[in-house]
Design a protein around this ligand. Structure first.
Ligand code: AHR
Length: 503
């Protein structure tokens, strides 16, 4: 096996500018995401609103630009009105999606105050499971209308004088899934989504809307669902959603690391369907993709079966991530970068405690899971223009995947064009590899740093007791000569090679 891969980039060969919102995330009323995650009155780190400052600091460090809320499956049974007004008057409900107790101590206005503190934009999902047009138009009147109407004046009465002007809205969640409260056929959902979109735009024409695609690409209705739903909604929406969770269920690392190749096929298929509907409608409009749930999710599945129903903030979906999961998250991010021309929004699902990069203990600390790091690096150094890669890598084959690149890599030129960052994963389990990079039309380059996430133990985790077991160092070996860089990529590693453009 040759141990070298080659990457050719050119300043003038561009995929697209990254929309910052591809570094988005998600907070659902699920398990301990909200209660004892971002919100824990009485915690030593809680501010006057009960928001955990230690958690807010970690989120600010990630520079999360947009956060989807309040679900997820939760939203399909949610009455948004339960979460507004005086807290002591809010009802406690049976929450059917996760079979928990929802006290509604935290609701819309608390979420909006919290997003303002962490510097993120909201992405609000509406309930198209048990509810529909009427609840949606009232909600957007409450959030976005300046005043002089029942719902906007109620917002003012609740102490929020200015409209929030929430721009990005999801028309329900995973409505193709039989597990969804109020599950619908593509015809039923497509019609409802179109009419709801029209009503919401009547209240605020400046919003943008995400219609539900399939819950994942293995759904029996995948592709037909997208085509039917878009045939009803194409003119009224801006994005279609994709969701995908990966897992190493068979403990086969070679297969697991190759799973992101399927994610790429999924993205290409959804783009093709959008463009098919565009052609059929003779439309001038291009539809974009909102990959608004993606991550690794499988570690907690068995444990979750044992959780007794009807408790408040139970420990659900608390995946403890391994080092190999961090590599998969890195590969997923590279896949999203490759499609920056069509994927405009993406949400790592989720943000705190529930399949999350950040974990907390009630009354205790907050720490970074292994997957925090690739997400952090992408968000920090991946803003700019994604360059179209010509990548030549040796490949491997498994029982499930053919022609898998040992090396995956992408380059992002910073907005001021003074830096170029290469993100690369070496999937090889036994060989370090060299990545020879030729970077044309950028002038001479020098190395800022080569960050590496690597670990002897692929199953290594970070815990409250040992939060720094898996963490990156910046002693990676890259040599630069003129417009060429030679990066050594250790076996099984995530690499961030930061290069400065010398004028
Ligand atoms: O993120 C966890 C769950 O995964 C969400 O509630 C749902 O939309 C998806 O199935």
């Amino acid at each position: 096996m040759a141990n070298n891969a080659r990457l050719y980039l050119d300043k003038y060969f561009k995929i697209a500018k990254t929309d910052h919102r591809i570094f988005g995330s998600f907070i659902e009323h699920l398990g301990r995401a909200v209660y004892s995650g971002i919100y824990e009155p009485g915690h030593p780190q809680a501010d006057a609103h009960g928001f955990r400052k230690d958690v807010m600091e970690l989120i600010k460090e990630l520079a999360v630009p947009i956060i989807r809320y309040p679900g997820g499956n939760f939203v399909s049974g949610y009455n948004w009105e339960d979460g507004i007004g005086p807290v002591e008057q809010r009802p406690t409900r049976l929450e059917l999606a996760w079979r928990s107790i929802e006290t509604n101590d935290f609701g819309l206005n608390e979420f909006m105050s919290w997003t303002q503190r962490v510097g993120a934009a909201p992405m609000l999902a509406i309930n198209l499971g048990t509810r529909g047009i009427d609840a949606a138009r009232n909600l957007i009147e409450y959030t976005n209308h300046p005043g002089g109407s029942y719902w906007s004046d109620l917002r003012k009465q609740h102490g929020y004088d200015e409209p929030y002007k929430i721009r990005t809205w999801c028309l329900g969640n995973e409505m193709d899934g039989p597990w969804q409260i109020g599950h619908k056929t593509a015809e039923e959902y497509g019609r409802l989504a179109a009419e709801t979109a029209k009503a919401m735009r009547q209240v605020d024409p400046d919003i943008e809307l995400v219609v539900c695609g399939s819950s994942h690409d293995q759904m029996p209705t995948f592709a037909e669902w997208e085509a039917t739903v878009l045939s009803h909604t194409y003119d009224y929406v801006d994005y279609i959603s994709l969701h995908k969770y990966l897992g190493n269920r068979d403990n086969n690392l070679a297969n697991y690391l190759a799973e992101t190749d399927r994610v790429e096929e999924f993205i290409k298929a959804v783009i093709a369907i959008c463009d098919y509907v565009k052609a059929r409608k003779r439309s001038k409009k291009t539809l974009y993709l909102s990959f608004d749930e993606w991550n690794v999710w499988y570690h907690s599945n068995a444990q979750d079966q044992k959780v007794k129903p009807w408790s408040k903030a139970p420990r659900l979906l608390e995946d403890v991530y391994t080092f190999e999961d961090a590599l998969v998250v890195g590969l997923f991010l590279i896949t999203l970068f490759k499609h920056a021309d069509r994927v405009r929004i993406a949400c790592l699902a989720q943000l705190v405690n529930v399949i999350a990069p950040i974990m907390t203990s009630p009354g205790g600390g907050a720490w970074k899971q292994t997957i925090y790091y690739p997400y952090y690096h992408a968000s920090r150094y991946g803003r700019g223009t994604v360059l179209r890669p010509e990548l030549i890598s040796p490949v491997y084959h498994t029982d499930q995947h053919q022609g898998v690149n040992f090396i995956e890599a992408i380059g992002v030129l910073s907005e001021d064009e003074r830096e170029i960052t290469l993100f690369a994963v070496n999937r090889s389990q036994d060989s370090p590899m060299e990545l020879e990079c030729t970077l044309n039309n950028l002038g001479d380059l020098e190395l800022i740093e080569h960050i590496v996430l690597e670990h002897q133990d692929i199953k290594a985790t970070n815990t409250e007791e040992d939060p720094d077991n898996v963490k990156p160092h910046n002693q990676g070996r890259t040599t630069v000569k003129g417009h060429r860089a030679l990066a050594e990529l250790p076996a099984l590693s995530w690499n961030v090679v930061r290069l400065r453009v010398i004028r």
